[in-house]
Design a binder for this molecule. Sequence first.
Ligand code: SF4
Length: 114
Amino acid sequence: MEHFQCRRCGTCCKQPGFVYLRDGDAVRLAAHLGMDIYRFTETYCLLLDRKHLALKKNPDETCLFLGPEGCSLYPARPEQCRDYPVRWKTERSAGYCEGLKKENLSGGRGYTLG
Ligand code: SF4
């Protein structure tokens, strides 16, 4: 996976599931959007199980911040997005991620989460 190259196809941004925010993500994203942290979390975040902050998403599960040019938060994107698919991926990832398809064709190896 050391040679993995994102093809910027944006398919991972359309998958079901949540983007959980880790320490520092919300502060960085709020600053990127020019919002204070309270307004950012109220507008764009959900609190799951009363303890996990995650980004809200569109009704069709696509990311709210996916635009015609790709991720509109790219320089400030959450850690979960930065880590995909090098540090984590799912069993379905190889079926849609253009970068992984290319990696698999060239004999690269990675690891899979659930
Ligand atoms: S699915 Fe893979 S190649 Fe496409 S944007 Fe996401 S990480 Fe990049």
